[in-house]
Ligand binder design. Sequence first.
Ligand code: CAP
Ligand code: MG
Length: 430
Amino acid sequence: MAVRAYTGFIDLKYRPSRSDVVVEYLFEPNGVPFEIAAQQIAGESSIGTWTELHTLKKRIVRTLKPSVFYMDKKKKLVKIAYPSDLFEPGNMPQILSSIAGNIFGMKTLKTLRLQDISFPKKLIKSFDGPRFGIKGIRKLLGVKSRPLVGTIVKPKVGLNEKEHAQVAYEAWLGGLDVVKDDENLSNMPFNHFKKRIDLTLKALEQAEKKTGEKKVYMPNITSETMEMLRRLEYVRSRMGKYIMVDIITCGWAGLQTVRKFSRNLVIHAHRAGHGAFTHLPYQGISMLVIAKIARMIGVDQLHIGTAGVGKMEGKTKEVVSIEQEIEEDNVSANAMNLVLSQKWYGVKPVLAVASGGLHPGSVPALVRRMGTDIVIQAGGGVHWHPKGTVYGAMGMRQAIDAVMAGIPLKKYAETHLELKDAIQRFGIVK
Ligand code: CAP
Ligand code: MG
């Protein structure tokens, strides 16, 4: 079939091969027929442009032509298969400059949503994948089956290093496993990175001694890439076990580099800014796609929302886009974790992180909707109590213990004052 300008890309009989990259887009054309717009997406993201090309050799068409093999005008959906030679293994920026690049700025598209990508084994294996994954993290913490529970030091920014370490210490003492920096805390005039790491890791050691439990601290190393590596090395040199990266704002290239150097450090991925891509259901890039990319590159745990329980978006609606992969229109309890945990050519499963507006009363609903292979994080829901962080943290841990013992929170609260206070203040999420 001849390829003229953006034509010749529709082939509804085409069956994707195992080496193709298959991409699902939702779009609304702007002043052109659906079929034309579909081919513009396929062409602009591969070998086409707005006019015929004298330089487009038959060989190129034969080997690299994409195929629009599925179209549903009602759902505004197309599926396009791209030969994998269009993509450089191990280069996520290049892959996305192709299938999520120019096409987002084309005049002939009113809206465009990159909904899902299915990568072939060769490309998946060209990235590092998680080093630890769910099993590795559970082993590190010695927590077999309950959700991990943690906090974000609050306020997000403003505490000095000593205050930060003290809040962390109290959270661990109260029974939390994990303490993390907030997404906008890095190296600040009032809170220097190195001093914070030193003091907080020292507090961690003391908390471990006092409680007999393993604890982890996730320092936020987000910065310019070379600086991230310096911060990562610093954490390692101080015997830290984790690093945290804001994966959207630092970019996929930065994340790939961090993963190359992370070795024995667990990577916690914060998704601040994802809403710019994921928020509108008909525009941008879905959380499903972001989750797949993050897993391929190799984060060990990733914020994916709270399935409607907390303050952030990522309600069941968005989570459904993560699920659809598995079971269309079926919002089952564990489904939202599936894209992170399903079998994927030996790539380790990523631990899902639920965070944002959570408190002890959220725990039963979270576990019902997301299962137990999760990290539950509460910032405000831990540091709210006038009696202090230890008290708030105890309430949080008691909620986990109650759910794991199969005891209703209300009942457990009769003998656990810290939990009782929390549910009196925040209630219990249905
Ligand atoms: C939670 C949090 C997290 C968000 C991220 C915050 O604090 O620290 O960054 O949960 O959202 O700053 O809001 P609170 P998501 O517990 O006090 O709400 O996980 O959806 O990416
Ligand atoms: Mg935060």
